[in-house]
Design a protein around this ligand. Sequence first.
Ligand SMILES: Nc1ncnc2c1ncn2[C@@H]1O[C@H](COP(=O)(O)OP(=O)(O)OP(=O)(O)O)[C@@H](O)[C@H]1O
Length: 618
Amino acid sequence: MKPRASSFSSKPSDVSEGLGVLTRITRMTLAYPWQVGLAVAGTVAAVMMQLSIPLLLGRAVDQAQQVITGGTQGQAAEQALWATAGMLLFVSVARGIFTMVQNYYAESVGHHVAYKIRLMCYEKIQHLSFSFHGRVHSGDLITVGLLDVEGVRMFFSTGLIRVVLLTLLIGIGAFMLLSTDLVLGLLALSFVPFVGWRSAVSRLQLRAAWLRLQEWLAVLTQVMDENLSGIRVVRAFAAQAFELAKFDRASKVTLGLQHERVDIRVRNTSVMTFSFFIAMGLVLVVGGYQVKTGQTSVGTLTSFLTFMTILQMPVRQIGMMVNSFARASTCGYRLFQLLDIEPDIRDADDAKSLDVKEGVLRFDNVDFAYPNAPDRPVLKKVSFTARRGQTIGIVGPPGSGKSTIASLLPRFYDVTGGAITIDGQDVRHVTLESLRSAVGVVQQDSFLFTTTIENNIAYGDPWASDQRIERAAESAQLHNYVLGLPQDYNTVVGERGVSLSGGQRQRLSIARVLMLRPPILVFDDSTAAIDAGTEQRIRSAMHRMAGDSIMIVIAHRLSSLMHADEILFLEDGEIVERGTHEALLAKGGRYHALYELQVRPGDEMLNETEEGKDGNAS
Ligand SMILES: Nc1ncnc2c1ncn2[C@@H]1O[C@H](COP(=O)(O)OP(=O)(O)OP(=O)(O)O)[C@@H](O)[C@H]1O
């Protein structure tokens, strides 16, 4: 098993593109100017306080020495020592407070940027077309929307702010040390380039290992997800051992990669610590000699050593900073790929709200091919007209293009030839919102949300009254079943509706659409799991409730559509026969053959109600 390649490219093509991404993130952080200002001001103040600590400590050591050696100046030295101690205390507290301000506002900026990007991603996903979702794996979208946002979030606090901190700390600190004593200063700073370089290299190695680990973690998630959603298939085929082996293989690879990461970290930490202590040793030897020969004081040597200790941690964190830049540029690159997509199905500039008066739906020589297979026509010159109150039935072999017709009506895809009009208005020239609220589609796959029955029915109108919800449930022959449940309409349907039967799920989906009473209703094989008797009752109730809506019924079972005003027999994307049930039977063509197949040996089967087949009809 190999990790699946992501649908998003994760590497900017060149340095300037990477820099462009970082500039764009930086611009986003500048949308919070006063938080950014406070974070930077906190950093500058904290660095100043931190730099004064070695100086004060050095001075305190010299003063303590004067107190010990006593003499006439002993008394004054003791007072000065107390003053220095007081200043040290003040500086330490102030440094703590400024660091707090720095961390708080740097994190706050990161979280605000992440919040904004997360919303932008989610909003973009709501508007992306179905052709995009056909191309891009949902796992990739989740990775971008969650993990990549995290990479961008950290950029300000662990990247940009650290640049300010390190520049000030090393710049001012180096100036202070070198101007005090050139040789000692050079020795004290000697560990900085090596440790900084090692830290950056090891972080980039860790990052490469992490990216590989992330790919395998995605495999683990996918295996687990498929195992859980397909749990019935796994158990039915007694495939637990096979599934376990699959999981174990991916798990072993992640274990190896985790080891690799620990290895890189441990090796580099030791090297960095070692080189720091070598530099400290050199300062001690040379500084100690200078103290002995009276060239420098013990206090100055203490200042050098303290400064080195203070500088050690930020220098070690150079790697973190480099990593933050690298991570933000790849994560941001992926995020911006998503955010910059222009949805191919969107409102035209001059789109108007759909105005349904007469209620005439027309498919006019419609051609269609899916965007990912443009050379394979799925619909060819499909034409039909449906008027208010009429029902159009669509039947045909699997793959003949029936569901595609249902997808074109609410503009999940755009036709590639011809036009679909409602009262003369081309669906491409009206707003998507008005179109989709006029076209209710009950899909083949009746997806339910993990919430109550009431919320599922009222999904299209969360403020609907209880009465309306119940009326829709009654029409869908679901009301009596719901009343029999312990918490009736407040019963939670389980993940994706697992606690309901296939027929119950379909009836709930029908109720969800009926509640909105759209002028055009499409049933895409949405009664396949409902017995013919219940279906007949749903149809009658629907006619009462939806009244003069246009209904398009797609079905394999002829009893679902034989009552239609016109039946279209679709084959290979073309209408090969059309007419009423009686006319098509009289024609003796494909429809007749299908009818013969379904009703043989007699017509009784079509009229048979199979009442109570799924036991829950209301
Ligand atoms: N998203 C898609 N991308 C590419 N091709 C697709 C896509 N969806 C469907 N197709 C193809 O389009 C053709 C028509 O599919 P459609 O789902 O409309 O058939 P159908 O008549 O509704 O089939 P069924 O009765 O099995 O539901 C099929 O060949 C199918 O493979």
